[in-house]
Design a protein. Structure first.
Length: 40
């Protein structure tokens, strides 16, 4: 789940069920690629 402010900037990221999908060791560093788009 991505949260954006009024200017379209991402201000939050929530990954549902992340502890079921990845180990704690894997979660020490997370890299996320998010496509760019303009707010309508």
């Amino acid at each position: 789940i991505l949260d954006f402010d009024d200017r379209g900037r991402m201000v939050g990221l929530e990954i549902l069920g992340v502890s079921e999908k990845f180990s704690a060791e894997d979660l020490q560093s997370v890299q996320v690629d998010i496509p760019t788009f303009s707010k309508s």
